[in-house]
Design a protein around this ligand. Structure first.
Ligand code: HEM
Length: 489
């Protein structure tokens, strides 16, 4: 045998052995959940079970997985075991009772922009606790009451902008329409800054916020099966780098200006955070403050605009619900803070909309210390992700009878108690639940009520019932949510 033949043969055997080793390695790793009797889709080398998410929306896949394999599904990201849990008691344990073992929320992508690394929703431990404590003080009922006139002004502007829009087309794309309103309110609430969302076509703030709202889907998907070092080497972040750079500069500039020219009268989140931080025993750095504000701006428009977009679409198809809601709004003496929050049917419509079309379809916790679940005997290894399929839980007939029916009555005070705890989780659950809940509800109720005082949502030829959902994101999105808007008689 010649030397080169010998080398080729060696190489061939080496490759064969390596493949054999990988197959054994993955077979052994992928047997993990079987030990606990858990079922799930067949894992394959390299991808694990992540291939099930390719080319179909996350919420559709998760609903099918739960129906097929039960309330706890054993999954794998590559070789790493992950769990999909829709059992309410298990969720309560992870998010509340055993929070110390599951302190981390979303992972998104293993590479993150330096600012994103400091986002309160992505950090954990004492830094998160400190930051959450500071931000919570900016979202109290008293602060929301103070912001109420600003919210009312923004909703008036939003409704006014409709007059022109309905002249131009038979239907309006709801996500872009509501996007402007939420962008307007969150910039005013956080930075006391007018983003001029209705005045200019080339509006840089709106442009950057739109870029930020479009996650880089390939990075999101690749994160499920590519090793961390590849994501980090190629800086594969899920969020738009230029948009984050722009917002970082903007907020840093505003912080510097505020420090130079102190104005105690400013009641926006930025001023409050600076003031709270100055008197705090454990001070946040400037970049941490910037990250907190940018995280709020990001959260403040994305999910909320999705809520009212879906709600408008549902109301167009459910004229009886819309009539009842309009009647309630007309019966209110004024749309002040207290009457708005006491409107029971309005609350029920928003709550049902959040159930049937939850803006975030999926939630996560990451296990930091190996956890043994006493009731099932399941051991969740440190580093594993536990996913909670919000959409699938909201559409499970055991939790909500006739789940595909848009029925706000489920959330009227007499019926609300019948909802099983930890099955309705549009704002997440436990210590890390959404801290913008009250703000999001107030801002959404205000705009919806203002709009329905003068207009109604209708179905037009471009309003489709079978929407093409986007895939590769945890948000419930469709390409276009077109709804007609008519002036009320
Ligand atoms: C309809 C609107 C909204 C929905 C459906 C929503 C939903 C969620 C969900 C599901 C989570 C994850 C909670 C968990 O891990 O258990 C979350 C977290 C969060 N949300 Fe919201 N959200 C909305 C609006 C807002 C607004 C308006 C803000 C701020 C202005 C906000 C700020 C946050 C923050 C900072 C977190 C991270 C909390 C933490 O990890 O401690 N959200 N939200």
């Amino acid at each position: 045998m010649k030397v080169t033949d010998f080398q080729s043969a060696m190489f061939f055997w080496f490759i064969l052995l390596f493949i054999f080793y990988l197959l054994i390695y993955y077979r052994q790793k992928h047997g993990y959940w079987k030990k606990f009797g858990l079922k799930g889709p067949l894992p394959v080398p390299f991808l694990g079970t992540s291939y099930v998410y390719l080319r179909r929306p996350l919420h559709v896949v998760e609903t099918e997985l739960i129906q097929k394999y039960g309330q706890i599904v054993g999954m794998f990201e590559g070789a790493k075991p992950t769990l999909l849990v829709s059992d309410p008691e298990f969720i309560k344990t992870i998010a509340l009772k055993e929070f110390h073992s599951f302190p981390q929320s979303f992972t998104f992508s293993s590479y993150k922009h330096p600012l994103e690394q400091l986002f309160p929703e992505l950090i954990w431990g004492s830094k998160w606790k400190h930051s959450r404590g500071q931000i919570t003080q900016c979202f109290t009922v008293a602060k929301l009451r103070k912001a109420f006139p600003m919210i009312e002004k923004c909703s008036d502007m939003c409704v006014k902008s409709l007059a022109d829009e309905i002249q131009r087309c038979d239907a309006i794309e709801m996500k872009s329409f509501w996007f402007k309103y939420y962008c307007d309110t969150i910039f005013q609430f956080c930075l006391n800054l007018d983003a001029h969302v209705y005045q200019s076509r080339d509006n840089i703030i709106v442009e950057k916020m739109i870029d930020l709202s479009r996650p880089f889907i390939p990075a999101f998907i690749m994160n499920m099966f590519l090793p961390e070092w590849i994501m980090k080497t190629f800086h594969l972040s899920a969020l738009d780098k230029k948009a984050l750079d722009y917002l970082e500069k903007l907020v840093t500039h505003l912080i510097e200006t505020r420090r130079l020219r102190k104005d105690e009268r400013q009641t926006d989140v930025l001023n409050r955070l600076i003031a709270i931080n100055e008197t705090s025993s454990e001070q946040s750095t400037e970049i941490e403050l910037v990250a907190a504000i940018v995280d709020l701006l990001f959260n403040g428009f994305e999910t909320s605009s999705s809520l009212l977009a879906w709600c408008s679409w549902r109301l167009a198809f459910n004229q009886d619900v819309q009539d009842r809601l309009t009647k309630e709004i007309d019966s209110l003496n004024s749309l002040d803070y207290d009457s708005l929050l006491s409107a029971q049917y309005l609350d029920a419509v928003i709550s049902e909309s959040l159930r049937i079309d939850p803006p975030e379809t999926h939630n996560e916790r990451v296990c930091h210390t190996t956890y043994h679940h006493p009731e099932t005997g399941i051991v969740i290894p440190a580093g594993s992700k536990v996913s909670m399929p919000i959409y699938a839980m909201h559409h499970n007939p055991d939790n909500f009878p006739d789940p595909e029916k848009f029925n706000p009555d489920r959330f009227l005070p007499d019926n609300r108690n019948a909802i099983k705890p930890f099955t309705y989780i549009p704002f997440g659950v436990g210590y890390r639940a959404c801290l913008g809940t009250k703000y999001a509800l107030l801002v959404s109720k205000m705009a919806l009520a203002k709009l329905l005082q003068s207009y109604r949502f209708v179905v037009t030829p471009s309003t489709t019932i079978d929407l093409d959902y986007d895939w590769g994101s945890i948000l419930l999105c469709a390409d276009e949510i077109n709804v007609g808007i008519e002036k009320r008689m």
